[in-house]
Design a binder for this molecule. Sequence first.
Ligand SMILES: [Zn+2]
Ligand SMILES: [Zn+2]
Length: 332
Amino acid sequence: MYIMLKTRQASKRPSIDQCIPPSGARPRRAGRPESAVYNSIALRAGAHWVSMTAAARQARTVRIAMVGAHLACLAALETGVSAIALKVAGVAYLLRAFGVTAGYHRLLAHASFKAGRRTQFALSLLGALATQGGPLWWVSHHRNHHRYTDRSQDLHSPRQRGFWHSHMGWMWDKASFETAATNVKELYRFPEIKALQRYYPVLIVGQALGFYALGALLASQFPDSGTSGGQMLVWGFIISTVCLWHATFMVNSVCHVWGKRSHATDDASTNNPLVAFLTLGEGWHNNHHKFAYSARHGLQWWQIDLTYLSLRCLEVLGLVCDLKLPRKVALS
Ligand SMILES: [Zn+2]
Ligand SMILES: [Zn+2]
């Protein structure tokens, strides 16, 4: 790119800086074609993009994608809604939430139970479809969170950098993509997990196309369903993903600010029933920081933990085993 820019300047063409009026303050030269202005803007944006570090580019991509997804929710005003679209959105939310809580969190990050390669892949795939990052990136950051909880090295501590940063802002920061994932080395043994990380963007685009195709198919085969490709894309993928984002992110933000502390841990983690309800049990976060190895986060009978209950069902089916529990809970 550097060579390309030098060549352009050597051939007496206007430099990028000459082409772009700063903040639009400099008047455009008379007679200059409109297309030249747009080309210059594209050139300058392209040069800026190339000059950014890989981490900065990733952070910028995440920011654009997240803001875009929130704005895209408004497309529901155009597509309308149907019963089938709401059902698909609900199922997509629950399955992918389970992928994050059981797959990414309790299995890959904490090894709080055992599963065969196929079950591990299926749970991790569901986690990846939640559009919260590839498994190696997600698990590495989560292990760092437990290692440095609410200290300066904790990238999403509301105590260190404020509520908004802990909720979403940390993923818009290039620092979130500069850390080498050296704390997940044992996961590199699994090529299928590495593949989920490598092809994560393809997976997300494919998922969006899949939802669109599902809606289009239903519309053609069952016209009375009242759905369409666009409607299914908006409700099944975009809205359910944005809802799941905020539910999951509340574990990092809300569960380190509001709620009760049952255990005296060296951090500000709390148990929050609302977050536990929205995240299938992850909101019993103070319990989790106390017993990070435990497959069960809701430790009292009234602390509903749908992820743990589901894992018990999978245990009965022989798909998972060796669910770890805190000693006194196991005894009771
Ligand atoms: Zn925490
Ligand atoms: Zn954890």
